[in-house]
Design a protein around this ligand. Structure first.
Ligand code: ADP
Length: 234
């Protein structure tokens, strides 16, 4: 069995199917990019993988990790940008799932948070209020938080939204580094050129079907022609 197994899944809201009969498998250490026009079900699929939306048909299963060991970087909203906490408080809160009913962080969790801040180059900002950071710095903080939860799988929903091109490039390179260190990545992106540059596998969701395959297979498929660089359909 692969690390992530989606078998013939249908995901729906109040009886309306958003994703129908989707099958794909993702091995440990692979990098999957999910693309598709707005409303095609990309975020819904992430919610299915995270267990927030249950498939009405089919199954989503994992081999070697539990669903609560997935690191998740949600789409940033304006409200989250003002979250009143320090960098270190936000990063270490990624350990909450590991703690069960214990009401305090152990030194193991404090070390894990420190190590992940180091990995993402934010150690110098530990005491800073999160809401005073730039957009790119905030995404690094949230990525470090996700890493505290992630045993081997990171799920990222549009991680570069709202960032300028330089900071976008830096964040993509950081995600590439995590992948090279062995992390399995599932990233939703509007940016097909980034998907083709970084991912091993592409899943393109479309209202009447989908493509799943390698980057090279995708480049040669008619699905690749459907999306403009901005992510909208031609
Ligand atoms: P994408 O991420 O590709 O833009 P979404 O997964 O957000 O697409 O949405 C897919 C469809 O599901 C859209 O038509 C959207 O309106 C609908 N949808 C998303 N979330 C909900 C919800 N909580 N309740 C009902 N419909 C929803």
């Amino acid at each position: 069995m692969a690390l992530v197994n989606c078998e013939n899944i249908t995901l729906s809201y109040e009886g309306r199917n958003v994703i129908s009969d989707l099958t794909f498998h993702l091995g440990k250490g692979e990098y999957l990019c999910i693309v598709g026009e707005n409303g095609s079900g990309k975020s819904t699929l992430l919610k299915g993988i995270l267990g927030f939306v249950k498939p009405s048909e089919g199954t989503i299963s994992f081999d070697g990790i539990a669903q609560n060991e997935i690191g998740y970087l949600p789409q940033q909203t304006d409200r989250q940008k003002d979250f009143p906490a320090s960098v270190s408080e936000i990063v270490i809160s990624g350990c909450l799932n590991r703690m069960g009913f214990r009401p305090f962080y152990s030194s193991k969790e404090k070390n894990l948070a420190a190590r992940n801040m180091e990995r993402l180059g934010i150690s110098s900002m530990v005491q800073k209020p999160y809401n005073e950071l730039s957009g790119g710095q905030q995404q690094r903080v949230l990525l470090a938080r996700a890493l505290c939860a992630a045993e081997s799988l990171l799920v990222l929903d549009e991680p570069v939204t709202g960032l300028d091109p330089v900071v976008t490039g830096e964040l993509y390179e950081l995600i590439r580094k995590l992948h090279q260190e062995g992390m399995t990545i599932i990233m939703v992106s509007h940016d097909v050129s980034a998907a083709l540059k970084y991912a091993d596998l592409i899943l393109h969701l479309h209202h009447n079907g989908y493509f799943f395959g390698t980057r090279r297979e995708y480049e040669q498929s008619p699905f690749c022609m459907m999306l403009k660089p901005g992510g909208d359909e031609e």
